[in-house]
Design a protein around this ligand. Structure first.
Ligand code: GLN
Length: 448
């Protein structure tokens, strides 16, 4: 813990990954644990960790990267946080993020931009960019991110670390401040596949406080590791993920990794994900609709920022939300409200819900032919800050990640080397059928 805090002090001026550093609390906790001696029943005993700043940690500011929650201090722990605490983890900080997890670069944080530790002029990815940067900069041994449409996988890819978005419902969302409730999942952002398996082991499992957390037995994820080869594994390669719009250097690094898997004994087959071209439109309708509803609770009354000058109630709501939410969040509330409004609901929201179901069926068909699907996480490597100023351009980066959230399936990013043009990390994405995390982790570790 002391070493991580020293590393934070040395690197934060350039990286700016953290909104809050809990130096005193973490040191006090570490000293007390040290005095009591190691506890073999706690698999994360004394491991310094960081949380994305939309996961509640009792008594510590939880901002969601937003001015509207600038001073919000929750009085309870998220279930995932409780489980990590019980396993012995020590939290050293809370990570910067795009406001309410809306974005792919962490440039939408209300507070400051985070830099990519590999090249500080570039973005770390988003929305869990602080979590990606803090792990890549060696400030902690593991971080938690959340993934609604790629927010664990994109920053993991851009920062050269391992990131796993589990099956929807595998980890309780209680204490995760919601963006798109039917899409959100918590997951580990770490230095190795083994660490991902360990964290998933600790956090997975049913929670009565989240009705969407599934009551499916938790397998032994660590037992799935240690494969010597990939004999008997079939990898599906969707042509929609390997063609147009993909940067050459990303394609090359990912193709080399696939060739490596073939050498290890895996068989590759082409699969079809024909609805990929509709995924962005479908995702942004559903995510914005859910966000507009979830964010209605921030009204200046119950939580966070309030404009104190307004005399009338409605004026107070309007002023508080206008001043408290950033541009991207306001854009999404407006669009989400529009697609849910009477007269437009059938044309947009309902249509998107139908496409979502078809997309899920596409994956079911694909997984009848293969164990895992492999492709890039993102069409590009980490880009220079400010390079994607147009919101639509930013949305298009999510093309390969959002389908997994719409289908509720697990997906991960595995670092597979540096792009030959940018010299920045490239992540290979694996996607699997629901609850196929053991297979995915086993294959990824064999390739690692
Ligand atoms: N970039 C996507 C969005 O802005 C995904 C973000 C996320 O997964 N939280 O909605």
């Amino acid at each position: 813990v002391a070493d991580c805090l020293a590393r934070i002090e040395a690197t934060e001026p350039r990286v700016k990954a953290l909104i809050t550093v809990m130096a005193e609390e973490a040191m006090a906790q570490a000293k007390a644990m040290d005095a009591a001696g190691p506890d073999p029943d706690k698999p994360l005993w004394g491991v310094p960790m960081v949380l994305k700043d939309l996961l509640t940690l009792k008594g510590v500011k939880t901002t969601c990267g937003s001015k509207i929650l600038e001073d919000f201090v929750p009085f309870y722990d998220a279930t995932a946080v409780t489980r990590l605490k019980d396993a012995g983890a020590v939290f050293v900080g809370k990570a910067n993020m795009d406001e309410f997890a809306m974005g792919s670069s962490t440039e939408n944080s209300a507070f400051f931009m985070t830099a990519n530790p590999w090249d500080v002029d570039r973005v770390p990815g988003g929305s869990s960019g602080g979590s990606g940067a803090t792990v890549a900069a060696g400030q902690c041994f593991a971080a938690l991110g959340t993934d609604t449409g790629g927010s664990i996988r994109t920053p993991s890819s851009f920062c050269g670390i391992v990131g796993l978005k589990p099956t929807y419902g595998r980890i309780s969302r209680f204490g995760l401040i919601a963006y798109g409730s039917s899409l959100d999942q918590i997951g580990p952002m770490v230095r190795s596949v083994e660490d991902a398996a360990l964290l998933l082991q600790v956090m997975a499992g049913h929670d009565p406080k989240d009705s969407t957390s599934v009551d499916v037995p938790v397998p032994d994820y660590l037992a799935a590791l240690g494969r010597e080869d990939l004999d008997g594994v079939t990898i599906g390669l969707p042509e929609e993920y390997w063609g147009e719009g993909l940067d050459e250097e990303v394609k090359e690094a990912c193709a080399n990794a696939v060739a490596e898997m073939e050498k290890l004994g895996a068989k590759t087959v082409p699969v079809k994900l024909a609805l990929t071209e509709y995924a962005i439109a479908t995702y942004y309708i559903i995510a914005m609709a859910e966000a507009s509803s979830n964010l209605s609770r921030f009204d200046g009354v119950r939580f966070g920022y309030r404009n104190k000058k307004a005399d009338e109630l409605i004026d107070m709501y309007t002023a508080s939300r206008t001043e408290g939410f950033g541009d991207e969040v306001q854009r999404r509330i407006i669009m989400g409200t529009y697609v849910l409004s009477s007269g437009y609901y059938d044309a947009y929201y309902n249509k998107a819900a139908k496409v979502r179901r078809l997309l899920r069926q596409d994956f079911e068909k694909a997984f009848a032919q293969c164990d895992l699907i492999a492709g890039p996480v993102c069409p590009t490597t980490a880009f220079v800050k400010g390079a994607k100023a147009d919101p639509l351009q930013m949305y298009l980066l999510d093309i390969f990640t959002i389908s997994a959230n719409l289908a509720g399936i697990p997906a991960m990013s595995l670092p597979v080397g540096l792009g030959k043009d940018s010299s920045m990390p490239v992540g290979l994405q694996f996607m699997g059928a629901p609850f196929s995390e053991p297979t995915m982790l086993g294959v990824a570790e064999c390739l690692e």
